[in-house]
Write a protein that binds this ligand. Structure first.
Ligand code: F6P
Length: 369
Protein backbone atom coordinates (compact mmCIF):
# COMPACT_ATOMS: atom_id res chain seq x y z
CA UNK A 1 0.00 0.00 0.00
CA UNK A 2 1.29 3.48 -0.89
CA UNK A 3 1.99 5.77 2.06
CA UNK A 4 2.15 9.56 2.14
CA UNK A 5 2.92 12.04 4.85
CA UNK A 6 1.47 15.57 5.20
CA UNK A 7 2.94 18.44 7.20
CA UNK A 8 1.92 22.03 7.90
CA UNK A 9 4.68 24.59 8.49
CA UNK A 10 5.13 28.30 9.18
CA UNK A 11 2.44 30.55 10.63
CA UNK A 12 -0.98 28.90 10.56
CA UNK A 13 -3.62 30.16 8.13
CA UNK A 14 -7.35 29.54 7.78
CA UNK A 15 -7.86 26.77 5.22
CA UNK A 16 -5.09 24.42 6.39
CA UNK A 17 -7.61 21.95 7.78
CA UNK A 18 -9.62 22.05 4.56
CA UNK A 19 -6.44 21.21 2.61
CA UNK A 20 -5.64 18.34 5.03
CA UNK A 21 -9.24 17.13 4.56
CA UNK A 22 -8.95 17.14 0.77
CA UNK A 23 -5.59 15.35 0.74
CA UNK A 24 -6.79 12.72 3.22
CA UNK A 25 -10.07 12.02 1.44
CA UNK A 26 -8.65 11.87 -2.07
CA UNK A 27 -5.56 9.85 -1.07
CA UNK A 28 -7.76 7.41 0.86
CA UNK A 29 -9.95 6.89 -2.20
CA UNK A 30 -6.83 5.82 -4.07
CA UNK A 31 -6.13 3.23 -1.41
CA UNK A 32 -3.15 5.10 0.09
CA UNK A 33 -2.24 5.24 3.75
CA UNK A 34 -2.00 8.82 5.07
CA UNK A 35 0.00 10.19 7.99
CA UNK A 36 0.25 13.70 9.39
CA UNK A 37 3.55 14.91 10.81
CA UNK A 38 3.06 17.01 13.95
CA UNK A 39 4.42 20.59 14.05
CA UNK A 40 6.12 20.69 10.69
CA UNK A 41 8.82 18.00 10.54
CA UNK A 42 8.46 16.90 14.17
CA UNK A 43 6.57 13.71 13.26
CA UNK A 44 9.23 12.76 10.75
CA UNK A 45 11.90 13.31 13.40
CA UNK A 46 10.06 11.33 16.07
CA UNK A 47 7.67 8.86 14.42
CA UNK A 48 5.58 8.63 17.59
CA UNK A 49 4.47 12.15 16.62
CA UNK A 50 2.97 10.89 13.37
CA UNK A 51 -0.82 10.88 13.27
CA UNK A 52 -2.72 8.36 11.16
CA UNK A 53 -5.24 10.26 9.05
CA UNK A 54 -8.44 8.62 7.88
CA UNK A 55 -11.72 10.02 6.52
CA UNK A 56 -13.18 9.54 10.02
CA UNK A 57 -10.32 11.46 11.61
CA UNK A 58 -10.80 14.48 9.33
CA UNK A 59 -14.60 14.50 9.43
CA UNK A 60 -15.82 18.00 10.32
CA UNK A 61 -12.42 19.74 10.27
CA UNK A 62 -13.02 21.65 7.01
CA UNK A 63 -14.50 24.80 8.61
CA UNK A 64 -12.02 24.89 11.52
CA UNK A 65 -9.24 27.46 11.73
CA UNK A 66 -5.67 26.48 12.58
CA UNK A 67 -4.27 23.07 11.73
CA UNK A 68 -5.00 19.76 13.44
CA UNK A 69 -1.34 18.85 12.83
CA UNK A 70 0.13 21.88 14.59
CA UNK A 71 2.67 24.15 12.99
CA UNK A 72 5.89 25.99 13.74
CA UNK A 73 7.87 28.80 12.17
CA UNK A 74 11.11 28.03 13.96
CA UNK A 75 11.69 24.45 12.93
CA UNK A 76 14.36 24.41 10.23
CA UNK A 77 15.53 20.77 10.30
CA UNK A 78 18.81 21.74 8.55
CA UNK A 79 19.69 24.04 11.46
CA UNK A 80 17.50 23.16 14.41
CA UNK A 81 18.14 24.86 17.74
CA UNK A 82 18.01 22.12 20.37
CA UNK A 83 18.48 22.51 24.12
CA UNK A 84 21.01 20.02 25.51
CA UNK A 85 20.99 18.42 28.98
CA UNK A 86 22.84 21.32 30.59
CA UNK A 87 20.50 23.92 29.12
CA UNK A 88 22.74 25.09 26.27
CA UNK A 89 21.28 25.69 22.82
CA UNK A 90 22.98 23.75 20.04
CA UNK A 91 22.23 23.97 16.33
CA UNK A 92 21.89 20.54 14.75
CA UNK A 93 21.33 19.36 11.17
CA UNK A 94 18.55 16.79 11.53
CA UNK A 95 17.75 16.40 7.84
CA UNK A 96 19.41 12.98 7.50
CA UNK A 97 17.47 11.66 10.48
CA UNK A 98 14.27 12.84 8.80
CA UNK A 99 15.22 11.14 5.54
CA UNK A 100 16.06 7.88 7.32
CA UNK A 101 12.62 7.86 8.98
CA UNK A 102 10.93 8.89 5.74
CA UNK A 103 12.46 5.92 3.88
CA UNK A 104 12.19 3.42 6.73
CA UNK A 105 8.48 4.15 7.11
CA UNK A 106 8.00 3.65 3.37
CA UNK A 107 6.57 7.05 2.41
CA UNK A 108 6.52 7.69 -1.33
CA UNK A 109 5.62 11.40 -1.07
CA UNK A 110 5.61 14.29 1.36
CA UNK A 111 2.91 16.91 0.86
CA UNK A 112 4.04 20.06 2.63
CA UNK A 113 1.66 22.95 3.23
CA UNK A 114 3.25 26.30 3.95
CA UNK A 115 4.55 29.67 2.84
CA UNK A 116 7.90 30.74 1.44
CA UNK A 117 9.91 29.30 4.37
CA UNK A 118 8.25 25.88 4.04
CA UNK A 119 8.71 25.88 0.26
CA UNK A 120 12.42 26.72 0.71
CA UNK A 121 12.79 23.77 3.08
CA UNK A 122 10.88 21.51 0.70
CA UNK A 123 13.18 22.60 -2.13
CA UNK A 124 16.28 21.78 -0.05
CA UNK A 125 14.90 18.36 0.86
CA UNK A 126 14.04 17.68 -2.79
CA UNK A 127 17.38 18.83 -4.23
CA UNK A 128 19.84 17.83 -1.50
CA UNK A 129 18.13 14.73 -0.09
CA UNK A 130 16.00 13.55 -3.03
CA UNK A 131 12.80 13.69 -1.01
CA UNK A 132 9.73 13.33 -3.29
CA UNK A 133 7.80 16.40 -2.24
CA UNK A 134 4.73 18.35 -3.39
CA UNK A 135 4.05 21.85 -2.03
CA UNK A 136 0.69 23.43 -1.18
CA UNK A 137 0.81 27.24 -0.79
CA UNK A 138 -0.77 28.91 2.25
CA UNK A 139 -0.11 32.38 3.59
CA UNK A 140 -2.27 35.16 4.87
CA UNK A 141 0.30 37.60 3.44
CA UNK A 142 -0.33 36.41 -0.15
CA UNK A 143 3.32 37.07 -0.96
CA UNK A 144 4.10 33.88 -2.89
CA UNK A 145 4.88 35.07 -6.41
CA UNK A 146 4.19 31.77 -8.16
CA UNK A 147 0.50 31.53 -7.28
CA UNK A 148 -2.16 34.14 -7.94
CA UNK A 149 -3.47 33.52 -4.47
CA UNK A 150 -2.71 31.33 -1.47
CA UNK A 151 -5.40 30.31 0.99
CA UNK A 152 -5.64 32.22 4.26
CA UNK A 153 -5.42 35.62 2.60
CA UNK A 154 -9.11 36.04 1.83
CA UNK A 155 -10.06 35.21 5.44
CA UNK A 156 -7.44 37.59 6.86
CA UNK A 157 -8.76 40.39 4.63
CA UNK A 158 -12.34 39.63 5.69
CA UNK A 159 -11.34 39.78 9.37
CA UNK A 160 -9.47 43.06 8.90
CA UNK A 161 -12.35 44.58 6.90
CA UNK A 162 -14.82 43.57 9.59
CA UNK A 163 -12.60 45.26 12.21
CA UNK A 164 -12.46 48.46 10.11
CA UNK A 165 -16.25 48.46 9.75
CA UNK A 166 -16.56 48.31 13.52
CA UNK A 167 -14.01 51.06 14.09
CA UNK A 168 -15.91 53.60 11.96
CA UNK A 169 -18.66 54.08 14.51
CA UNK A 170 -16.39 54.58 17.51
CA UNK A 171 -14.00 56.84 15.54
CA UNK A 172 -16.96 58.94 14.40
CA UNK A 173 -18.55 59.12 17.84
CA UNK A 174 -15.34 60.49 19.38
CA UNK A 175 -14.06 62.54 16.41
CA UNK A 176 -10.92 60.43 16.56
CA UNK A 177 -8.25 59.10 14.27
CA UNK A 178 -7.97 55.32 14.55
CA UNK A 179 -4.73 53.80 13.29
CA UNK A 180 -4.99 50.08 12.57
CA UNK A 181 -1.86 47.98 12.04
CA UNK A 182 -2.36 44.83 9.98
CA UNK A 183 -0.08 41.91 9.07
CA UNK A 184 1.45 41.11 5.69
CA UNK A 185 5.22 41.19 6.29
CA UNK A 186 6.89 43.03 3.39
CA UNK A 187 3.78 43.04 1.19
CA UNK A 188 0.81 45.36 1.49
CA UNK A 189 -1.97 43.14 0.15
CA UNK A 190 -3.92 42.77 3.41
CA UNK A 191 -3.70 46.52 4.12
CA UNK A 192 -4.68 47.46 0.58
CA UNK A 193 -7.62 45.08 0.14
CA UNK A 194 -9.03 45.59 3.63
CA UNK A 195 -8.31 49.32 3.58
CA UNK A 196 -10.22 49.90 0.36
CA UNK A 197 -13.10 47.61 1.32
CA UNK A 198 -13.26 48.98 4.87
CA UNK A 199 -13.45 52.64 3.86
CA UNK A 200 -10.01 53.76 5.09
CA UNK A 201 -8.92 57.38 4.60
CA UNK A 202 -5.24 56.48 4.47
CA UNK A 203 -3.50 53.20 3.57
CA UNK A 204 0.22 52.80 4.20
CA UNK A 205 1.96 49.83 2.57
CA UNK A 206 5.60 48.67 2.35
CA UNK A 207 5.66 49.20 -1.42
CA UNK A 208 5.06 52.98 -1.05
CA UNK A 209 7.31 54.79 1.48
CA UNK A 210 5.15 57.45 3.08
CA UNK A 211 5.53 61.07 4.13
CA UNK A 212 3.81 61.63 7.47
CA UNK A 213 2.99 65.21 6.42
CA UNK A 214 0.91 63.84 3.55
CA UNK A 215 -0.90 61.53 5.98
CA UNK A 216 -1.70 64.48 8.25
CA UNK A 217 -2.73 66.59 5.27
CA UNK A 218 -5.39 64.02 4.43
CA UNK A 219 -6.67 64.11 8.02
CA UNK A 220 -6.77 67.93 7.95
CA UNK A 221 -8.57 67.83 4.58
CA UNK A 222 -11.20 65.64 6.21
CA UNK A 223 -11.75 68.37 8.83
CA UNK A 224 -12.23 70.98 6.09
CA UNK A 225 -14.89 68.77 4.55
CA UNK A 226 -16.60 68.47 7.93
CA UNK A 227 -15.45 64.91 8.50
CA UNK A 228 -13.91 64.89 11.97
CA UNK A 229 -12.63 61.35 12.14
CA UNK A 230 -10.33 59.18 10.08
CA UNK A 231 -9.31 55.56 9.68
CA UNK A 232 -5.64 54.91 8.87
CA UNK A 233 -4.60 51.37 7.90
CA UNK A 234 -0.90 50.61 8.25
CA UNK A 235 0.77 47.42 7.03
CA UNK A 236 3.26 46.11 9.59
CA UNK A 237 6.07 46.41 7.03
CA UNK A 238 5.27 50.01 5.97
CA UNK A 239 8.06 52.59 6.30
CA UNK A 240 8.18 56.38 6.42
CA UNK A 241 10.43 57.84 3.71
CA UNK A 242 13.15 58.58 6.24
CA UNK A 243 13.22 55.06 7.74
CA UNK A 244 15.95 52.68 6.59
CA UNK A 245 14.15 49.62 7.93
CA UNK A 246 10.70 48.64 9.09
CA UNK A 247 9.82 48.96 12.79
CA UNK A 248 10.46 45.69 14.64
CA UNK A 249 10.28 44.17 18.07
CA UNK A 250 12.94 41.74 19.26
CA UNK A 251 12.04 38.43 20.85
CA UNK A 252 14.22 35.61 22.09
CA UNK A 253 12.88 32.20 21.13
CA UNK A 254 14.91 29.11 22.00
CA UNK A 255 17.86 31.28 22.85
CA UNK A 256 17.83 33.01 19.48
CA UNK A 257 17.10 36.63 18.80
CA UNK A 258 14.25 37.09 16.38
CA UNK A 259 12.95 40.31 14.88
CA UNK A 260 9.21 40.52 14.52
CA UNK A 261 7.61 43.25 12.46
CA UNK A 262 5.34 45.50 14.49
CA UNK A 263 5.07 48.91 16.09
CA UNK A 264 4.68 51.14 13.02
CA UNK A 265 0.98 51.72 13.88
CA UNK A 266 1.85 53.27 17.23
CA UNK A 267 4.59 55.37 15.60
CA UNK A 268 2.15 56.71 13.00
CA UNK A 269 -0.47 57.42 15.69
CA UNK A 270 2.02 59.42 17.75
CA UNK A 271 3.06 61.47 14.73
CA UNK A 272 -0.58 62.21 13.88
CA UNK A 273 -1.23 63.29 17.48
CA UNK A 274 1.73 65.65 17.40
CA UNK A 275 1.13 67.09 13.92
CA UNK A 276 -2.66 67.49 13.99
CA UNK A 277 -3.55 67.66 17.67
CA UNK A 278 -6.28 65.11 16.98
CA UNK A 279 -7.28 62.56 19.55
CA UNK A 280 -5.67 59.43 18.08
CA UNK A 281 -5.69 55.76 19.08
CA UNK A 282 -3.85 52.83 17.56
CA UNK A 283 -4.56 49.12 17.63
CA UNK A 284 -2.84 46.09 16.18
CA UNK A 285 -5.05 43.35 14.76
CA UNK A 286 -2.18 40.85 15.02
CA UNK A 287 -2.95 37.15 15.14
CA UNK A 288 -6.71 37.71 15.00
CA UNK A 289 -6.08 37.81 11.25
CA UNK A 290 -4.78 34.25 11.32
CA UNK A 291 -7.71 32.81 13.24
CA UNK A 292 -11.25 31.72 12.64
CA UNK A 293 -13.10 29.69 10.08
CA UNK A 294 -11.87 30.06 6.48
CA UNK A 295 -14.11 32.00 4.11
CA UNK A 296 -15.83 29.99 1.40
CA UNK A 297 -13.23 31.26 -1.07
CA UNK A 298 -10.30 30.05 1.09
CA UNK A 299 -12.00 26.78 1.88
CA UNK A 300 -12.61 26.00 -1.75
CA UNK A 301 -9.11 27.09 -2.75
CA UNK A 302 -7.58 24.91 -0.02
CA UNK A 303 -9.70 21.93 -1.11
CA UNK A 304 -8.66 22.46 -4.73
CA UNK A 305 -4.99 22.73 -3.78
CA UNK A 306 -5.25 19.55 -1.69
CA UNK A 307 -6.93 17.62 -4.50
CA UNK A 308 -4.41 18.85 -7.06
CA UNK A 309 -1.48 17.93 -4.77
CA UNK A 310 -2.70 14.33 -4.60
CA UNK A 311 -3.08 14.20 -8.40
CA UNK A 312 0.49 15.49 -8.73
CA UNK A 313 1.75 12.86 -6.29
CA UNK A 314 -0.07 10.17 -8.27
CA UNK A 315 1.62 11.36 -11.47
CA UNK A 316 5.03 11.43 -9.76
CA UNK A 317 5.25 15.19 -10.30
CA UNK A 318 7.55 15.87 -7.35
CA UNK A 319 9.67 18.90 -6.47
CA UNK A 320 6.69 21.05 -7.55
CA UNK A 321 4.13 23.27 -5.84
CA UNK A 322 0.46 23.56 -6.76
CA UNK A 323 -0.45 27.07 -7.91
CA UNK A 324 -3.60 28.93 -8.89
CA UNK A 325 -3.58 30.29 -12.41
CA UNK A 326 -7.20 31.22 -12.81
CA UNK A 327 -9.21 29.20 -13.65
CA UNK A 328 -6.71 26.34 -13.40
CA UNK A 329 -4.56 24.54 -10.89
CA UNK A 330 -1.06 24.31 -12.31
CA UNK A 331 2.26 22.84 -11.14
CA UNK A 332 5.25 25.15 -10.74
CA UNK A 333 8.72 23.95 -9.78
CA UNK A 334 9.73 24.62 -6.18
CA UNK A 335 12.71 26.54 -7.56
CA UNK A 336 10.23 28.85 -9.32
CA UNK A 337 8.01 29.01 -6.23
CA UNK A 338 10.77 30.38 -3.99
CA UNK A 339 12.27 32.81 -6.49
CA UNK A 340 10.63 36.01 -5.32
CA UNK A 341 8.13 37.60 -3.00
CA UNK A 342 5.02 39.13 -4.49
CA UNK A 343 4.51 42.86 -3.99
CA UNK A 344 1.55 45.13 -4.65
CA UNK A 345 2.00 46.29 -8.28
CA UNK A 346 2.12 50.07 -8.38
CA UNK A 347 0.14 50.14 -11.62
CA UNK A 348 -2.64 48.04 -10.13
CA UNK A 349 -6.21 49.16 -10.76
CA UNK A 350 -6.78 48.86 -7.01
CA UNK A 351 -4.41 51.76 -6.41
CA UNK A 352 -6.14 53.79 -9.13
CA UNK A 353 -9.56 53.09 -7.67
CA UNK A 354 -8.36 53.89 -4.16
CA UNK A 355 -7.06 57.30 -5.28
CA UNK A 356 -10.26 58.00 -7.20
CA UNK A 357 -12.35 57.39 -4.09
CA UNK A 358 -10.12 59.73 -2.11
CA UNK A 359 -7.77 57.37 -0.27
CA UNK A 360 -4.29 58.69 0.51
CA UNK A 361 -1.14 56.54 0.40
CA UNK A 362 0.85 59.23 2.20
CA UNK A 363 2.71 59.97 -1.01
CA UNK A 364 2.68 62.96 -3.39
CA UNK A 365 2.58 60.99 -6.66
CA UNK A 366 -0.25 58.82 -5.40
CA UNK A 367 -2.23 61.64 -3.79
CA UNK A 368 -6.04 61.27 -4.01
CA UNK A 369 -7.44 62.48 -7.33
O1 F6P B 1 3.56 35.20 7.58
C1 F6P B 1 2.41 35.25 8.35
C2 F6P B 1 2.57 36.18 9.51
O2 F6P B 1 1.34 36.20 10.22
C3 F6P B 1 3.02 37.60 9.15
O3 F6P B 1 1.99 38.36 8.60
C4 F6P B 1 3.58 38.07 10.48
O4 F6P B 1 4.57 39.06 10.29
C5 F6P B 1 4.17 36.82 11.07
O5 F6P B 1 3.54 35.73 10.42
C6 F6P B 1 3.98 36.70 12.55
O6 F6P B 1 4.68 35.59 13.00
P1 F6P B 1 4.52 34.95 14.45
O7 F6P B 1 3.40 33.95 14.35
O8 F6P B 1 5.83 34.31 14.70
O9 F6P B 1 4.19 36.03 15.42
Amino acid sequence: MKKIVISTGGGDAPGLNAAIYAVTKSAYRRGWEIYGSRSGYQGLLNPEELIRLTPEKVEGIMPLGGTILGSTNKGNPFAMPVENLIGEIQTLDLSDRIMRNFRRLGFFCHITMGGDGSMELAHRFAVEKEMPVVGVPKTIDNDLEATQQAFGFDTAVATATDALDKLHSTAKSHDRVMVVEVMGRDSGFIALNAGISGGADVILIPEIPFDINMVCQKINDNELRDKHYAIVVVAEGAKAEEMTKAVCKRTAELGRDRELLGGIGEWVAEQIRQHTGKDTRSLTLGHLQRGGSPTTFDRLLALRFGGAAVRMAEQGLFNHMVALKTPDMVAVTLAEAIKGRKKVPLDSDKLLTAREIGISFGNVELAPR
